[in-house]
Write a protein that binds this ligand. Structure first.
Ligand code: NAD
Ligand code: TDX
Length: 365
């Protein structure tokens, strides 16, 4: 023929290499904190949407991490679970050496404001120093994208009598709790690593999430669990505080868009224009479950309690076309249904070590 053997061999080799190149170079993502609420929902979303990606979950399995949550994907050949602490430099570097990730999405954090008021130290260690270790690994081994999952709490709060005000990405950082201060510190460090070392970072700041696998220390799952057990529903202060609730799947979709199409060095706010008072949330839960509002008990307020969070999501909408898809009325129904159908998941949690926390936090409050 017109092609020599060596030419064909060479060609074949090129072809072959291309194939293996693509096969081995399929996108590898390390998700830290993937055994927690949002991280696990993100793992499910990604494995489902991108069957070719390799997802590696790195999680220390603190009180908030549940391996049983990841049970449905444990046998998926594209998924790997690694129990490690993001503060453990040696373990993190070892994992990077093994997996050479393209993308890191850092969900791992101490996430509960009330616990940060009780004991700030672990918040600074995990949320700030852990973030540093993850970014140092990215610098050492190279990365296409480091994404930091942050929160609207870095902006502090808004007054109740100014419904015209919203958090934009330009709103100054102004934190209230040790939790939000630790998250804001991490954000500043992420931006510093971008400016100083050229690390390709993005940050997302999301409002309050709700949905399946939400740990029962947080408002919505706590009220669902208590209502189902006919226990008092402890509302802090007057219950007038406003949060901007977003169904967790919508948050995951936003992060998916940012890691693929977001601009490096940028911050993106995520939120659903769904502001509600805590009291209204608790009343909706009572109504959905057919429980009396007389279960509602007003208890001592949270120290430094933020009044109102409200996100302006214009930037992510204009740049990436993101919009929340799940309306609260539907999302809360889906969430309650999930808690009814997965009692074992949360009953195991509230019957264990968590009882001590509940006693400390709520008895004599
Ligand atoms: P979560 O508490 O449910 O889960 C946190 C996960 O991180 C757990 O699986 C835990 O085991 C793991 N983890 C904790 N410390 C670790 C460490 N040192 N090393 C490795 N893993 C560790 O939290 P969540 O609500 O899913 O929040 C996830 C992220 O999203 C956090 O960074 C939080 O600040 C942010 N965020 C949460 C919300 C919300 O409404 N829940 C809103 C905005 C932003
Ligand atoms: O028992 C309760 N009673 C009550 O009135 C609990 C647990 C909470 N609350 C109030 C406090 C808040 O105003 O409900 C509101 C929501 O409380 P949390 O569920 O603790 O959430 P929040 O403090 O708003 O923080 C959440 O959203 C931002 C997440 O936990 C953070 O990780 C995220 O960054």
């Amino acid at each position: 023929g017109c092609f020599s053997q060596s030419f064909l061999a060479k060609r074949y080799k090129i072809y072959y290499n291309t194939q293996t190149y693509f096969k081995e170079d399929r996108i590898m993502i390390i998700v830290t904190g993937g055994a927690g609420f949002i991280g696990s929902n993100f793992v499910f979303h990604m494995l489902n949407k991108y069957p070719d990606y390799r997802m590696i979950c790195l999680d220390a399995l603190t009180y908030a991490g549940n391996l049983s949550t990841l049970e449905p994907v444990m046998d998926n050949p594209n998924f790997r679970f690694v129990k490690a602490d993001i503060r453990d430099r040696e373990a993190v570097y070892k994992l990077f050496e093994e997996e050479k990730p393209d993308i890191v999405v850092n969900f791992a954090a101490e996430s509960h404001v009330d616990r940060s008021i009780e004991n700030p130290s672990i918040f600074l260690e995990t949320n700030i120093l852990g973030t540093q270790v993850m970014m140092d690994a990215c610098r050492k081994y190279g990365i296409k994208r480091y994404h930091q999952v942050s929160t609207d709490e870095v902006y502090g709060d808004l007054p109740l009598d100014r419904p015209d005000l919203f958090f934009t990405e330009e709103t100054p950082i102004h934190t209230s709790s040790p939790y939000s201060a630790s998250k804001a510190s991490a954000d500043l460090l992420v931006l510093a690593y971008h400016r100083t070392f050229g690390l390709p970072v993005t940050i997302s700041r999301c409002s309050n999430n709700y949905g399946p696998y939400h740990f029962p220390e947080k408002l919505i799952p706590l009220m669902i669990a208590n209502a189902l057990n006919d226990k008092p529903l402890p509302v802090y202060g007057t219950g007038e505080n406003v949060r901007d609730w977003l169904y967790v799947e919508d948050h995951c979709k936003a992060i998916d868009l940012i890691i693929h199409n977001g601009r490096v060095g940028e911050v993106y706010n995520i939120g659903g224009h769904n502001e509600m008072t805590n009291l209204d949330i608790v009343k909706i839960i009572c109504k959905e479950l057919g429980k009396p509002e007389s279960l509602i008990t007003f208890v001592a307020d949270r120290k430094g309690h933020d009044m109102r969070y409200a996100i302006d999501p214009t930037k992510i909408h204009n740049e990436l076309g993101w919009l929340p898809e799940t309306k609260f009325a539907d999302g809360i129904k889906k969430t309650i249904k999930w808690y009814l159908e997965n009692k074992e998941w949360w009953e195991t949690i509230i019957s264990g070590e968590y009882q001590n926390y509940y006693e400390r936090m709520y008895s004599n409050r």
